[in-house]
Structure formats: C-alpha cells, structure tokens
Design a protein around this ligand. Structure first.
Ligand code: NDP
Ligand code: 8X3
Length: 252
C-alpha cells in the first residue's frame, strides 16, 4: 500500500532525489521548502511521471510559528504521515571559527537544529497516535568528524545525530523508528549555498573526486524505510570511495 512521505528541503539536491525515489516506488509525497515555484515544478513533474499524489508545503523550517501552524494542517490534509525525512539544511561559510560570521552560525543552528526540532515536534503526535512511523534525519560525516573551518556546521550535524538517538530512546515504547543518515561529500548545490553563490569555489570542492550523487543517498533512505517492522536501522554512514573521514579526501 502506498505510504505518505513528508520530505523537507525537497526543492534541490538530496531532498529532491529522495522525493523522486519515493514517488517512483509508488508512495505519495508531501514536499516542502521555501521556493514555491520549484515545489510547483517538482509536483507537476513527479505526479505526471509516477502517477502518485504529490502535495506541496511552502515552509521555512526556521519559523517556529509557521511550522507549528502549517505542518499539522498539511499532514491532516495529506491524510497522515508514515515517514518524515528531515532533510532541509545547509552550511554557510568555511572559515576559521575566530573569523566566521555569527550570522552564518545562527542560520545553520536555526535551520539544521531548531528547524529539525520544530518539524519533528509537529509531526510526532501523528505518529504517536498511530503508534508507528519512521523519522529519517539527515546528519553528515561532519557530525562524526569535525573538520577545520567547519566547527558550527559540524556541531549542528553532531546535534542531529544526538537528537535522533534521544528521540529513539524516548519513543521506545512505540513502534516508531528513528534513523540518522550520515553522508560524506555529495555533489549538490550545497557548496554553492555554503559559499554564498560562488559557483567556481563550489565546483572546486568536487574537482578530482568521484563524489556521492544525491540519488545514491536517496537509494539508502528508501532502503532503510523499506525494512520489516522488527528491524530498525539506527545510523548509516556513507562516503565516496575517495573519502576516508570528514574532509580526508584523496583527490585524483
Ligand atoms: P541543497 O542546497 O541542494 O538542498 C538543501 C535543501 O534544504 C533545499 O531544498 C532547501 O530548500 C532546503 N532548505 C534550506 N534551508 C531551508 C529552510 N530554512 N527552510 C526550509 N528548507 C530549507 O543541499 P543538499 O541536498 O546537499 O543538502 C540536503 C541536506 O543534506 C542538508 O541537511 C545537508 O546538511 C545534508 N548533507 C549534505 C551533504 C553534501 O555534501 N551535499 C553531505 C551530508 C549531509 P529551499 O532553498 O527551497 O528552502
Ligand atoms: C556535508 C558534507 O563534508 O561537506 O555535510 O561537510 S561536508
């Protein structure tokens, strides 16, 4: 039976591929992000290509007020939720902590940590009511290994992992599953966002690496949510073959 999947940050990169992977599999998807026109494009394409129900939710996860008012209403209208993929997130800047912009740090914390928290709090009551559901949180290898010039981004992803582990403990009496996905370097618009639109600098991040593609991450997300009820995959770490840890990459 088709499931209802809610994916945050589905306008681009990994989230877009996750939404497409579920639609292709035959699930209904509720896609969200800030860019309404992109959501409309994705909705039109996925519903036409895969014949599933695709709903959109324009949402800035940093706005607690918006999340608290819009998410429950969207889930009610969608007919409930089986899987939440907390994917919306970003890095801003790559500078020594002492030289980094506090505004960048606040944006990352507000999006990657507080945004994920608001969305999860808004969705969990629906899962608790049904006594089941699956929360998939997008962490990163950056949450396992800090790297130079990335202290705050790495800290936000470590927080994602810790939040996932804590929520898994607190919901243990239910059949709710919680998974952290921790990818290494994935080739997406992520670096362009990190470097505030500097496309050349962003390109250099992926030069000489056969980087993970966002479709690879989507395959993993689909896999972890397609397991039998008895099986919970708590964490998955994936890296490019040329990556060993954090920013330790062998460029060819
Ligand atoms: P993209 O920049 O391609 O996608 C980021 C997505 O997050 C967009 O859809 C964007 O939508 C959404 N988003 C950002 N800020 C907000 C916000 N305030 N409210 C709602 N949505 C928001 O990057 P990726 O696909 O690479 O990143 C997706 C996730 O994967 C992030 O959490 C990132 O940290 C994580 N990750 C990325 C890796 C990589 O190397 N690329 C590796 C490991 C993890 P919109 O702009 O429309 O709001
Ligand atoms: C994104 C991967 O290594 O660029 O989380 O921080 S990395």
């Amino acid at each position: 039976m088709a499931r209802n999947i809610f994916v945050t940050g589905a306008t681009s990169g990994i989230g877009l591929c996750i939404a497409e992977a579920y639609a292709k599999y035959g699930d209904n998807v509720l896609i969200s992000g800030r860019r309404a026109e992109l959501l409309d494009e994705v909705q039109a394409r996925l519903s036409k290509e895969y014949g599933v129900r695709v709903e959109t939710l324009v949402l800035d996860v940093r706005s607690r007020e918006d999340v608290e008012s819009k998410v429950p209403a969207a889930i009610e209208a969608f007919g409930g939720v089986d899987v939440l993929v907390n994917n919306a997130g970003l890095a801003q800047g790559l500078d020594p902590f002492q030289d980094s912009a506090v505004d960048d740090a606040v944006t990352m914390i507000d999006t990657n940590v507080k945004g994920l928290l608001y969305v999860t709090k808004a969705v969990l009551p629906f899962m608790i009511d049904k006594n089941e559901g699956h929360i998939v949180n997008m962490g990163s290898t950056a949450g396992i290994y800090a790297y130079p010039n990335g202290a705050v981004y790495c800290a936000t992803k470590a927080a994602v992992k810790t939040l996932s582990d804590g929520i898994r403990m607190d919901t243990i009496a239910t059949d709710i599953k919680v998974t952290t996905i921790q990818p290494g370097i994935v080739e997406t618009p992520f670096s362009e966002v990190r470097f505030h639109g500097d496309a050349e600098r962003a390109k250099s991040v992926y030069a000489g690496i056969d980087a993970i593609q966002p479709e690879d991450v989507a395959d993993v997300v689909l896999y972890v949510t397609n397991q039998p009820k008895r099986l919970q995959i708590s964490d998955v770490t994936i890296m490019a073959n040329q990556q060993a840890a954090g920013f330790m990459v062998h460029k060819k």
